[in-house]
Structure formats: structure tokens, C-alpha cells
Design a protein around this ligand. Structure first.
Ligand code: DOR
Ligand code: ZN
Length: 425
């Protein structure tokens, strides 16, 4: 074949059991089979090579007020070092993404500084300009807070119902943070969990489903209890995501007052965590809810002052690939939950190995290492997974270009992704 391409991945083991050479040109797969003549060739014989993930729930922070927690540069490097090619940023920023002006501010910050592909979501809250956000190309409306979290103001059922109607008219996607909070003292991980318990999550999910009309593109963020999974599964076309921290961590693994385990929805008991993990096959999406806060913020003296959130974009795929090596889950199920389903739900083209697919890939060794905060890229500087086994990628590829290789990053590969309402100005 005379076609010259820019990259060939040799000896890629595909999920159907075949081994192929994948040739890439102009950011897309041009041939799958025997290698085409190429400038760069990578032998994947001893590697796990998969399409790179789309993390549909990250809080990249940045801006003037939150850049001490994370910036687009550190957050996107963190994504790449974990095998994530595309991040979807949540709009509970300061200022929140509510209209054209705040969207463009966020977008240009990402465009200038991001090392990975990025999409921006829009807020559902008083003052939002749904039409402007839609035309700007938000990937989804949300994370919409049905209960307050550290940042982002909550909306009530009436507001949400009317937002649902407007969003459904546009055939756009809405993502919702479903919790109900009891009143009481929030002074430890256990009391935090009690105030935001599984029954309350279930109640919120039920209320939200009840006010939605059939056909609305509704996606639940960070579902943490098996009962909520059961309820959501009764309704066709409603999707949900689960986070690695709810699959792999419980509050019982932390000291009672340890703010590093504080997150919304809260870490559950060990028994609930295990039951959730048993639902693996029913989970649509695994996303990180990457929510970096600094060590100083997470070790505040008064527990109720500690912000909720756990950094996780860099450890998500490494923890999952380790589960694959341990034969607890299949590689194909990881690809479905971190690449295919999130892309489908957001409405973007998933990367893949077939001809014409976007050429975003992550190449993992077959050996786990221990997670240490020191070796991570996030500005947060800590991880709740310290000491756990994980498999980090050697190489992450975006649009056929090496964006990350063994600790080195290469910029200018990133592309923006847009929602279906996008109109170029
Ligand atoms: O723990 C959380 N932190 N849950 C959320 O829903 C928001 C997030 C944040 O922005 O810090
Ligand atoms: Zn979130």
C-alpha cells in the first residue's frame, strides 16, 4: 500500500481476539490490518492498548479564585497521565458557567491551557441563559445540583421541572446530582454519610424521575447506592454514572475525622460499597468526579468547614485496568463504561480501532504499581488511593499524536468537543 501515515500501532490485541496493526493519519484510523508505511511506529505486543477514555464528570477548577486547587494545565496533564483523552468540565466554577460570557471565559481558558480534549457544560440555576449556552455548544446542562455541595447552588423541584421542559425541547442532555440532605451536625465522615444517606439518594432519584417526561435525555451523576441503581434501571433511556471512590473506598477505610474521605455523595459503608461493585455489569458509565481541593483545605480543624471532593481523573483508568489484570472485570466492559457509553451519552464520536474513528488511545503495561501522591500530576497533592495497586499508561495518544509518554507531556494535540446545539459564530 502506498499510503503514508503518521502513526502505526503494531500488534494491537483487539477485544474480538484478533491482532492488528492500526494505521493513523490526520487524527483518524485509516487502516486496520497490516501496517502502512509510517513516520512513527509503536509495538504494542506487550501492552494493553485501548481507545482513550472520556471522563464525563471533572471539575478542572482554575480561574482566578480556584487556580490554587487545580488549573487546566495540571488537571489536563493529570487526565493524560491516567489515560483519559477527553474531559467534560462541570460548570460550578467561580464564576459559574451560566451564559455566553462566562462560557467563553471558561472555553478560552481551557483552549489556551489544556493538554487534553475538553468539553464544557452549562449550569442549570437561576440566571442561566439556556439558549446562549446551547448555541455555545455545552456538552450537557449540569451537573445540576438538586442538593447543595461545596460549590454550586441547589435548585428545587419546581425549577428543575421547568428546566427539564426547556432542555427536552432542545433535545439536549441534563445531568443531575441527586441528593436530599437531612439537617444535623456534620462533624465526622459517619455523620456526613448519615445526613446524606442512601435512602435520601433514592428519594432524590425518585423525585427527579417523577418530574421528568419520557424522552428527556436525563443522566444521573455519581450514583452511590445499589437501590438507586435498581430504580434508575426501571426506566429506559435514563443513564447514570458511578465513581471509582464509591466502588473502591468506604468510610470505614478512613479515620472518623479524616477530611480526605469527605465527598458528596459520601463514601458508604463497606457492605454497600461491595454491593455496588457487584452491580458492575449494570453501570452505564464510570466517571471520576475529579474534585481537587488542597491538603490545607482538606485538613481544616472544623470538619463541617472541609470542602467535599476527591481528585480522581488520573487514577480512574489505572484502578480499573488493575481490576482487569486481577480478572475481576473484563477489558471490554471498561471500554464500554469509560469510552463508548460516555461518548454516546454526550453525543460525541468515540475513539476506536475501526477505520475512520478518532485516534485517541492509551497504552498500558501489564504490571501494576503502587499509587503514590508524589507521582501524580494533579495540583491537589494527595490521593485517597495511596498504596493501592494501579496500572498507569506509558503512552496516551490524541488525534494520532503522542500527548503523553513516560512522564513527558506534549501540547497542541487537544481539540474541543461540542454539544449538538453548537453554532459557530
Ligand atoms: O464532593 C463533591 N465535590 N461533590 C460534588 O458534587 C461537587 C464536588 C466539587 O465541586 O468539589
Ligand atoms: Zn461533580
Amino acid at each position: 500500500m502506498s499510503l503514508k501515515c503518521s502513526l502505526v500501532l503494531k500488534n494491537v490485541s483487539l477485544s474480538n481476539g484478533t491482532i492488528k496493526d492500526i494505521s493513523v493519519k490526520d487524527g483518524r484510523v485509516v487502516h486496520s490490518g497490516m501496517a502502512v508505511d509510517s513516520e512513527i511506529s509503536i509495538d504494542c505486543k506487550d501492552l494493553i492498548c485501548i481507545p482513550a477514555a472520556t471522563d464525563m464528570h471533572v471539575h478542572m477548577r482554575g480561574g482566578d479564585i480556584q487556580k490554587h486547587k487545580e488549573t487546566w494545565e495540571t488537571g489536563s496533564k493529570s487526565a493524560l497521565a491516567g489515560g483519559v483523552a477527553t474531559v467534560i468540565d462541570q460548570p460550578n466554577t467561580i464564576p459559574p458557567v451560566v451564559d455566553k460570557e462566562s462560557f467563553l471565559l471558561r472555553f478560552s481558558e481551557a483552549e489556551k491551557n489544556s493538554y487534553c480534549n475538553f468539553g464544557i457544560n452549562g449550569s442549570v440555576m437561576p440566571g442561566w441563559d439556556i439558549n446562549a449556552l446551547y448555541r455555545c455548544g455545552v456538552c450537557a446542562f449540569g451537573e445540576t445540583f438538586f442538593a447543595e455541595s461545596s460549590y454550586g447552588s441547589a435548585v428545587d423541584s419546581n425549577f428543575l421541572k421547568s428546566a427539564f421542559e426547556k432542555i427536552q425541547k432542545k433535545d439536549a442532555l441534563i445531568t443531575v446530582h441527586a441528593e436530599v440532605i437531612d439537617s444535623g451536625e456534620d462533624d465526622s465522615l459517619t455523620s456526613h454519610e448519615k445526613l446524606r444517606n442512601c435512602q435520601n439518594e433514592l428519594l432524590a432519584v425518585k423525585t427527579i424521575i417523577d418530574i421528568s417526561k419520557t424522552g428527556l435525555k436525563l443522566h444521573f451523576c455519581h450514583i452511590s447506592s445499589p437501590d438507586s441503581v435498581d430504580l434508575i434501571k426501571q426506566r429506559k433511556n435514563i443513564t447514570f454514572e458511578v465513581m471509582p471512590h464509591h466502588l473502591f473506598l468506604s468510610y470505614e477505610m478512613f479515620d472518623k475525622n479524616d477530611g480526605f474521605g469527605k465527598v458528596n455523595p459520601p463514601l458508604r459503608s463497606e457492605s454497600v460499597r461491595k454491593k455496588l461493585l457487584l452491580r458492575w455489569n449494570e453501570i452505564d458509565v464510570v466517571a471520576s468526579d475529579h474534585a481537587p481541593h488542597t491538603i490545607t483545605e482538606k485538613t481544616k480543624e472544623i470538619f463541617s468547614d472541609i470542602p467535599s471532593g476527591i481528585p480522581g481523573v488520573e487514577t480512574m483508568l489505572p484502578l480499573l485496568i488493575n481490576q482487569v489484570l486481577e480478572k475481576n472485570i473484563t477489558l471490554q466492559s471498561v471500554i464500554e463504561k469509560t469510552v463508548i457509553n460516555p461518548s454516546k451519552i454526550i453525543g460525541i464520536e468515540p475513539p476506536g480501532f475501526t477505520k475512520g474513528s478518532p485516534a485517541d488511545f492509551a497504552l498500558y503495561p501489564k504490571e501494576p504499581v503502587k499509587i503514590t501522591a508524589d507521582s501524580l500530576q494533579s495540583k491537589a497533592g494527595w490521593t485517597p488511593y495511596e498504596g493501592m495497586n494501579a496500572v498507569f499508561p506509558d503512552i496516551t495518544i490524541i488525534s494520532g499524536n503522542i500527548a503523553y509518554k513516560n512522564g513527558e507531556f506534549y501540547k497542541d494535540c487537544a481539540r474541543p468537543v461540542r454539544g449538538n446545539g453548537y453554532i459557530a459564530l
